[in-house]
Design a binder for this molecule. Structure first.
Ligand SMILES: Cc1cc2nc3c(=O)[nH]c(=O)nc-3n(C[C@H](O)[C@H](O)[C@H](O)COP(=O)(O)O)c2cc1C
Length: 209
């Protein structure tokens, strides 16, 4: 079955390399991952005072609804100054509140970072991962995706990755992410079915010796 994947790109740049990587992942696993890119550039900076308002800012409502409806989350982001770009951190914070109503909770996730630099956004990748720990998101462990030396030249005219080691890694990643999302959802489903079955089974009275 095709899982609904919300892709959150940590760059607002029109020609973003990370956005192109995200599109390539969708194309590589199109039949099994139903991907949508979720807009984050219009989210007002998070302010905890909003939580008490009867009416939340409209972009917050839209964003939380889109993330809430997803079966899995794919973060694809650059690294800014060895950390998470502010726009992505803001989106993560917006989705995490009001307290107790986080839309991230239990969503399977994967993290991809891409950069023209050689360490492929390692710092940003692990800061996103750190937030996911607190947000109770099971994050795919392998393959890790610190995509270094990514430039416009890594893509063909249609914006897809050219053949080569980068495309091979991204293909592996797209397949692994599908399997990860499936494993989490199928195992939860089986546990729920077992629990329903157990609750219907006749209770065996214990005989007292
Ligand atoms: C404010 C800023 C900070 C950056 N810091 C880093 C960094 O820490 N590490 C890195 O590899 N690249 C860094 N870069 C370069 C980005 O990796 C590069 O601009 C990349 O293309 C941005 O991603 P995008 O193409 O998806 O927009 C930085 C770029 C900007 C604009």
């Amino acid at each position: 079955m095709a899982y609904k994947i919300a892709i959150i790109v940590g760059s607002l740049r029109e020609g973003s390399l990370n956005r192109k990587v995200a599109r390539s992942i969708c194309a590589l696993r199109g039949d099994n991952l139903d991907c949508s890119m979720i807009e984050i550039g219009d989210l007002p900076l998070y302010n905890q005072d909003y939580d008490a308002l009867p009416q939340q800012p409209e972009p917050y409502v839209r964003f939380r609804k889109q993330v809430g409806a997803a079966d899995g989350i794919l973060f694809v982001s650059p690294e800014y100054n060895r950390g998470i770009p502010g726009v992505l951190k803001n989106a993560i914070d917006v989705g995490s509140r009001p307290y107790g109503a986080s839309v991230w909770d239990r969503k399977p996730a994967a993290i991809v970072t891409a950069s023209p630099g050689s360490i492929g956004g390692f710092g940003s990748n692990h800061q996103i991962r750190q937030a996911c720990v607190f947000l109770n998101m099971p994050v795919m462990q392998q393959p890790e995706a610190y995509l270094g030396h990514v430039t416009d030249d890594s893509f063909d005219d249609s914006g897809c990755l050219k053949e080569g080691p980068l495309k091979e890694l991204v293909t592996k990643l797209a397949h692994a992410f599908h399997d990860w999302v499936e494993m989490i959802h199928r195992s939860r489903q089986l546990i729920a079915e077992d629990a329903a079955h157990a609750s219907k089974a006749p209770k065996v009275e214990r005989e007292h010796a």
